[in-house]
Design a protein around this ligand. Structure first.
Ligand SMILES: NC(=O)c1ccc[n+]([C@@H]2O[C@H](COP(=O)([O-])OP(=O)(O)OC[C@H]3O[C@@H](n4cnc5c(N)ncnc54)[C@H](OP(=O)(O)O)[C@@H]3O)[C@@H](O)[C@H]2O)c1
Length: 183
């Protein structure tokens, strides 16, 4: 797959490395922006409050499959939108998903050490399913579908609980959601 990652940090850079190792062709776009017209899938992995700015500097993203990996932390989504993912959908109009926001980038290199494949949530458009689920597997996760894009705000809010668990003493962790016979 041809992928463009917008944001070259822990998430964008880390996933780009894993996807390249899996054989994908990845373009890395930093804060200077760039043209993603060649890509089939565009990942947004910038600070949550920086999504509108990042979008302005990216050309050629209209109609592409978009994956929004951002978390809002203490910021709010763009005015008039419940989530960054729905904001991106409204501007680019392609199949859109929220994924890779509910996991710790610092553990990407250890995913293969887990007894069972760690889960990673995604919600979004059915037209994005094939790409999002393939890219989850190629990053080392088992994708877990969490409903339509209207659930993106709930998936963004889940990060508060993930951080609370992290800071409650567990530290960075993976998780798995599966029927009992698959745990
Ligand atoms: N870290 C995690 O474990 C984790 C997990 C899930 C989701 N997230 C979310 O994923 C996003 C990225 O997190 P991260 O840990 O990868 O952050 P990070 O390491 O700080 O990387 C963010 C990247 O975005 C770039 N950037 C900032 N503003 C930009 C803009 N306007 N346009 C394009 N690029 C821009 C930064 O460029 P510069 O280097 O030039 O500043 C940097 O390369 C955040 O929304 C975060 O909440 C993080």
């Amino acid at each position: 797959m041809k992928i463009a990652v917008v944001g070259k940090g822990n998430v964008g850079g880390g996933l780009a490395d894993r996807w390249e190792q899996a054989g994908h062709d990845v373009a890395r776009i930093g804060r200077e922006g760039g043209d993603v017209g060649d890509a089939e899938v565009v990942l947004f992995a910038v600070p949550g409050a920086g999504v509108p700015d990042a979008l302005e500097k990216v050309e050629g993203a209209s109609g592409k499959v978009v994956i929004d990996a951002t978390n809002l932390a203490s910021s709010a989504p763009p005015a008039g939108f419940a989530s960054n993912a729905e904001f991106l959908k409204s501007k680019l109009n392609g199949p859109t998903a929220k994924s890779f926001n509910i996991n710790f980038a610092r553990l990407y290199d250890q995913l293969g050490e887990a007894r069972a494949t760690p889960s990673n949530l995604w919600c979004g458009d059915d037209e994005a399913r094939d790409a999002v689920e393939a890219l989850n597997r190629d990053a080392g996760y088992e994708p877990v579908y969490a409903g339509p894009l209207s659930n993106a705000a709930a998936q963004e809010r889940l990060i508060d609980l993930i951080f609370a668990i992290n800071q409650g003493g567990l530290g960075p962790f993976v998780y798995r959601m599966a029927p009992p016979d698959q745990l």
